[in-house]
Design a protein around this ligand. Structure first.
Ligand SMILES: NC(=O)c1ccc[n+]([C@@H]2O[C@H](COP(=O)([O-])OP(=O)(O)OC[C@H]3O[C@@H](n4cnc5c(N)ncnc54)[C@H](OP(=O)(O)O)[C@@H]3O)[C@@H](O)[C@H]2O)c1
Length: 163
């Protein structure tokens, strides 16, 4: 099984604010959908609860929580990293979709990173992506910078594979 992280990061490794995303870039959301559809997506309980319409369609949603009685409509619930990985041991590729706490726990196990680098420093950021050691990763694809007309934000896709 290939474990991949997908994340949008600002110039300071920021990923969230007030339990919400920093930006909604339409092309990035489409890319997220194209990459993750048909696969399992792993997420923390807070990220699950922030999904505007609940579990994402056409993907197996797995929510990680320490609450033993947690119910998540349309999703499987697991108690931690190990149980999450066991559940999808036979998958071809699994995407970790956040948030901060979950990225931090899964990063050491992760084989691939799908980064959207937003070329902006947002204010009031309260959730961050962990620092990555660039020497551990090889750039397999880069696209951009591209400007999103609606938000005015410029962004670059970088796909990295662990060496
Ligand atoms: N930029 C992006 O690409 C992106 C992507 C996703 C999310 N985000 C942002 O990230 C923020 C949310 O991140 P967050 O760090 O606050 O929360 P999170 O990682 O989504 O969820 C944290 C919760 O996950 C559970 N959890 C974490 N580690 C666990 C473990 N080892 N075992 C069992 N359960 C565990 C706990 O749930 P319980 O409290 O229920 O036990 C914890 O409260 C939001 O602002 C969101 O918009 C950004």
């Amino acid at each position: 099984m290939v474990l991949a992280i997908i994340v949008a990061i600002d110039e300071n490794n920021g990923i969230g604010k007030d339990n919400d995303q920093l930006a909604y870039i339409s092309a990035d959301l489409k890319r997220f959908k194209a990459l993750t559809t048909g696969h399992t997506i792993l997420m923390g309980r807070k990220t699950f609860e922030a999904l505007p319409k609940g579990a994402l369609p056409n993907r197996r949603n797995v929510v990680i929580t320490r609450q033993s009685d947690y119910f998540a409509k349309g999703a499987d619930v697991v108690s931690g990293l190990e149980e999450a990985l066991e559940l999808c041991a036979n998958d071809e590729k699994v995407f970790v979709i956040g948030g901060g706490e979950i990225y931090k726990s899964f990063l050491p196990e992760t084989d691939e990173l799908y980064l959207t680098l937003i070329h902006h420093a947002f204010e009031g950021v309260d959730t961050f992506f962990p620092n990555i050691n660039v020497e551990d990763w090889e750039l397999s694809n880069e696209e951009g910078p591209t400007k999103d007309e609606k938000t005015g934000l410029s962004y670059t896709y970088q796909d990295l594979i662990r060496k």
